[in-house]
Design a protein around this ligand. Structure first.
Ligand SMILES: [Zn+2]
Length: 291
């Protein structure tokens, strides 16, 4: 199972919890690296027709319907635009309390739970505090600091950090060299983006241009100036330019043993701030060289 590789430690913990039948009624999953997959797995574990030691099979009708978000006793809520409407939460809670047959499970998964209005969060509190016998709620967030303290104190919190070594191995499998895979694993937010990068020749060219620029920085300012112009040609749009700053920071921090590296790290940070306040990308890079 891919989830087991993406979050090995958390997977083992939940495997034990499911085996022992000790699933809690309310969880907060912080960080979005495979947290939704884990929430789905937990939901499946409540309804699977052929579980093994508490783990769902992933293949039966219930497991498949849940994975397809087409199972009536598992509700997945996501923001529409920037917010989760209070009414959406209240309607679902009403449906839940009226539809559940005694002894039957219900699972409520809320993605980007930090985007709930405080009223919606308060409606949930009651549900969390007085769980019906077999109802479960899993809140997902990428920004734990925006979750109400009253919610946090009543849920079990699990952190889903980005798994860099998993991304590196996926990128190596996609044919990248180890040092390229390391940079792009740092840049990508998840495996989907990592694989997109591995297929994207523009990203690979950008990476090479960044590598040349950094090695010139340590050799000769004149060469670095020329490379700044080449790098600017490899990073046309804003998102590519942002990636370039990210890659430069990563490459410079890997050369930490060189004494100029720290100065250049400071300079790349300044250059990015200039660029964010609308200084042209190439000029920002040239500033780095002069600095
Ligand atoms: Zn199943």
């Amino acid at each position: 199972m891919e989830l087991e590789k993406r979050q090995p430690k958390i997977f083992q913990e939940f495997k034990q919890i499911l085996k022992a039948g000790r699933l809690s009624h309310a969880y907060l999953f912080s960080g979005d690296f495979a947290s939704f997959e884990m929430a789905i797995l937990l939901a499946q574990s409540r309804f699977c027709e052929n579980p093994a030691d508490g783990l769902p099979c992933g293949k039966c009708r219930s497991c498949r319907l849940i994975a397809a978000n087409d199972f009536s006793d598992v509700k997945v809520v996501e923001p529409v635009g920037q917010f989760i409407k209070t009414e959406t939460i209240r309607t679902l809670l009403r449906e839940f309390s009226s539809s559940g047959f005694e002894g039957e499970s219900q699972v409520f998964i809320i993605r980007d739970a930090d985007k709930m209005h405080v009223n919606a969060a308060n409606s949930l509190l009651k549900f969390i505090e007085e769980p019906q016998s077999d109802s479960y709620i899993i809140l997902l967030t990428q920004d734990e600091s925006r979750i109400l303290p009253t919610i946090k104190s009543r849920t079990q919190i699990f952190h889903f950090p980005k798994n860099i070594s998993y991304l590196i191995s996926r990128l190596e499998q996609a044919g990248l060299l180890k040092n390229q895979a390391e940079v792009l694993a740092d840049l990508a937010k998840d495996w989907t983006q990592a694989e997109d990068f591995a297929q994207n020749s523009r990203v690979l060219d950008l990476l090479k241009a960044c590598e040349r620029f950094v090695s010139c920085l340590f050799k000769s300012k004149d060469l670095a100036f020329l490379e700044a112009a080449r790098l600017a040609r490899s990073a046309i749009d804003k998102s590519e330019q942002e990636w370039a700053f990210h890659i430069l920071t990563f490459l410079l921090s890997k050369r930490y043993e060189k004494k100029e590296a720290l100065n250049y790290l400071e300079a790349v940070y300044q250059a990015k701030r200039m660029w964010l306040s609308n200084v042209n990308f190439q000029n920002a890079l040239e500033y780095m060289v002069i600095k």
